[in-house]
Design a binder for this molecule. Structure first.
Ligand code: ATP
Ligand code: ZN
Length: 283
């Protein structure tokens, strides 16, 4: 049995649970329970505050966990990372009140900065040769300047709308974060095997998220040209259509470049192009 710690409720919770479900792992989830066991995979899930997850995994209370890199690096435990998960993307940024003159980080020399990430901030300031007073507070950091607690803040930003609605301007991005899967470094052989099985599934899900299945019709004399445009897993599958002289081509394309490929495919004579999601992808 492998023990996984995830955030009980917050910005990591839904995507963490979805990832486990997409891996085909079923469990009963009651919002009141702090612990649940999968019904079809040797996995136990603990629901915790995100800040506690790195410590619990480092101590072996949980074997693995899902947490934001910002929290992990703040706690100095980045060596626990097994895999980046690509969700809960955000950044740690410095922001100042809208009306403040700010041209470079030097402007914060001797000023006070409120944050929940004193270690990350301190490391950044030190690297940049700036000395400032760091005010560590655990929440509602964005109101610190308006109540006179600090001249600037250093906080998590994703769209930036929270900063704007608090009259703040983002001036430096100091750390980029996403959710990561972490593991205790002393897992038993049995637990390592379960983790390897889990990672096999995670990789299949991740690969599928980036890939699209593409189907199109093409005149037979264009098949070569169109096949060269399709960077599929191997080569495209080609099936004859009932209509004489036409075939159907099937392949897999990466979401990042499918728009560009689709233009080229149309240019090469492809018709009836369908792009459909892939649920799992094993290579
Ligand atoms: P807890 O009660 O578990 O301590 P919390 O309030 O500290 O929760 P959340 O706000 O739920 O934490 O954020 C959890 C993590 O999600 C953050 O550490 C960060 O990695 C990520 N995150 C935070 N804000 C955003 C955002 N706006 N967009 C995307 N990811 C975010
Ligand atoms: Zn937290």
């Amino acid at each position: 049995m492998l023990r996984l710690a995830i955030q009980k409720s917050g910005r990591l919770s839904d995507d963490s649970l979805n990832l486990i479900r997409e891996c085909g792992i079923s469990f009963v989830n009651s919002s009141l329970k702090l612990k649940t066991e999968s019904t079809n995979f040797p996995l136990e899930i603990l629901f915790l505050r995100d800040d506690d997850i790195p410590g619990y995994v480092a101590d072996g209370v949980a074997d693995i966990g899902i947490v934001g890199e910002n929290v992990l690096v703040e706690e100095g435990k980045q060596e626990l990372v097994v895999e980046r998960l690509g969700f809960s993307k955000c950044r740690l940024s410095l922001a100042v009140p809208k009306g403040t003159d700010y041209t470079s980080l030097q402007d914060l020399q001797g000023k006070s900065i409120a944050t929940s990430y004193p270690n990350l901030l301190q490391a950044y300031l030190q690297e940049q040769g700036v000395e400032a007073h760091i005010h560590t507070i655990s929440g509602s950091v964005e109101i610190a300047p308006s109540i006179g607690l600090a001249d600037a803040i250093c906080d998590i930003v994703s769209s930036g709308s929270t900063l704007i609605s608090n009259g703040l301007r983002e001036v430096e991005r100091i750390f980029k974060s996403e959710a990561v899967l972490i593991s205790n470094s002393n897992l038993s052989e049995e637990k390592k095997e379960i983790l390897a099985k889990l990672m096999f599934r995670v990789h299949a899900v991740q690969r599928a998220q980036k890939a699209k299945y593409i189907l199109l019709n093409a005149p037979n004399d264009r098949i070569d040209e169109i096949s060269r445009l399709l960077p599929g897993a191997k080569s495209p599958s080609i099936l004859p259509l009932a209509e004489e002289g036409w075939s159907s081509l099937h392949s897999v394309v990466n979401e990042d470049d499918f728009w560009e490929i689709i233009e080229k495919l149309k240019g090469a004579g492809a018709q009836g192009i369908l792009v459909v999601p892939i649920e799992k992808m094993i290579i």
